[in-house]
Design a protein around this ligand. Structure first.
Ligand code: DCP
Ligand code: CA
Ligand code: CA
Length: 423
């Protein structure tokens, strides 16, 4: 077995997460088509989550609330609560934390990747299950499992074939463990999820989305060529953004199969060595990025858009919204410090400004000296004033964001000091 097939990596992603959170809070919604909407007066607000019955009726994310009602008149639109004039996502974050706590009981190698997904390295659990197995693997243990490239029963049958490699047995046993993990998540939280099982993070993420909801998918290394044939580049995590677009233009390709036709030398001519080698490998389904142990996010941020006529123009407007954002971020930072014994040292202030009818984005990184909302707001205002205020005094800001990061662990004394200061 080669090194790139040694590990068993899982990506767990919750199904229509915000909808499930709302369904649990209000069981009357269960079974009905619902969507979660960030309400505003413009055409019924923007939809951010759609449950599966509503998807069957053609409702999609990014539709306006009114449009969803036209498609599916009986849809229930649940509004995200508003605090200080902006969306309050606390209940979804709390629900995500509870799920992570359940996942954590299966392996210490857990990396939370967003509010509703996490990578798990379950190699050790797989190896120990294999070494203690007395009977052959039974298909009954994989009732909710799909396999890319073949039927699950053929896959299970073939793992014991002489020409199948051990790595497929590892994935099959990984599948059995993930059936258990998903059952535990449902049992402990009431939420359903889907999962991808593969030898690395990129393939696990890709596999997870293939059979949703409430199913899991194994992507064996030999299923990669068939899957890649018509797979758009953007389906691969890290090729979804600007880099993926430039790759597509520069190499004149649109899918992963085409990327596989370039030799490593050809890629090195266009990109630096590290990027070229990453591209060459990922075109073959190979990726060695480890699961980083991360239970808490690397940053805590909040933002708000001010589209069209709502753009912030005056100093008073800007200060008002900075004060709202700072109050939220300060509250969350305080809570984070209590829970995780760490303090953020950096603040990134992001903005979009309308200049000549175009939205121009910018950001500025500064030191975060205090968790006090008024102090954060004042510092951020200084940055914005210097970078965005026009000679006539007007701003025209279409977006504002604050994000705190670069966390450092608190020394014990420092925590006490902060707590005493609060009283
Ligand atoms: N979310 C959001 N804005 C977005 C995307 C997502 O507020 N542009 C929120 C709502 C989602 C949650 O994050 O419920 C998780 O996002 P996912 O992309 O994982 O989508 P869902 O969990 O809703 O659906 P799926 O079953 O397809 O994973
Ligand atoms: Ca999800
Ligand atoms: Ca997700």
């Amino acid at each position: 077995m080669t090194s790139h097939t040694e590990r068993v990596i899982v990506l767990v992603d919750m199904d229509c997460f915000y909808c499930q959170v709302e369904e649990k809070l209000n069981p009357e919604l269960i079974g009905k088509p619902i969507a979660v909407v960030q309400y505003n007066a413009w055409r019924g607000g923007g939809i951010i989550a759609v449950n599966y019955p509503a998807r069957d009726r053609g409702v999609t994310r990014h539709m306006r609330g009114n449009e969803a009602k036209e498609k599916c008149p009986e849809i229930e639109l649940v509004r995200v609560p508003n605090v200080r004039g902006k969306a309050d996502l606390t209940k979804y974050r709390e629900a995500g934390k509870r799920v992570a706590e359940v996942l954590r009981t299966f392996t210490p190698l857990l990396q939370r990747a967003s509010v509703d997904e996490a990578y798990l390295d379950i190699t050790e659990a797989v190896n120990s299950k294999i070494s203690s197995m007395t009977d052959k693997l039974s298909l009954d243990l994989l009732p909710n499992t799909h396999v890319v490239g073949c039927e699950t029963r053929h896959f299970v049958h073939n793992v014991y074939n002489s020409y199948s490699e051990d790595c497929n047995l590892k994935l099959a046993i990984g599948g059995v463990i993930v059936e258990e993990i998903r059952a535990a998540v449902y049992d402990k939280t009431g939420y359903r999820c889907s999962a991808g099982i593969a030898h690395n993070k990129i393939l696990a993420k890709l596999a997870c989305g293939l059979h949703k909801p409430n199913k899991q998918t194994i992507l064996p290394q030999d299923g990669v060529p068939e899957l890649y044939q018509n797979l758009p580049l953007k389906k691969i995590r890290s090729l979804g953004g600007k880099f993926g677009n430039s790759l597509s233009t520069e190499l004149n390709i649109t899918n992963m199969g085409e990327l596989g036709r370039f030799s490593e030398q050809e890629l090195i001519r266009k990109y630096d060595e590290k990027t070229a080698s990453w591209l060459y490998n990922i075109a073959r389904g190979i990726d060695n990025e480890p699961v980083e142990v991360r239970l808490v996010s690397k940053s805590i941020g909040c933002c708000k858009k001010f589209p069209g006529r709502t753009a912030l123009k005056t100093m008073a407007d800007v200060n008002h919204w900075l004060s709202e954002l700072s109050t939220e971020i300060a509250e969350r930072l305080e809570q984070d410090q209590e829970e995780n014994n760490r303090r953020a040292k950096q603040l990134v202030i992001s903005f979009a400004q309308e200049i000549d009818r175009k939205d121009v984005h910018g950001s500025k990184t500064s030191t975060l000296n205090s968790y006090e909302a008024t102090r954060i707001a004042t510092d951020a205002y200084e940055v914005l004033r210097k970078l965005t205020q026009r000679p006539d005094g007007c701003f025209k800001l279409k977006f504002l964001g604050l994000s705190a990061g670069k966390f450092e662990e608190c020394k014990k004394g420092a925590v006490h000091l902060v707590k005493r200061n609060k009283i």
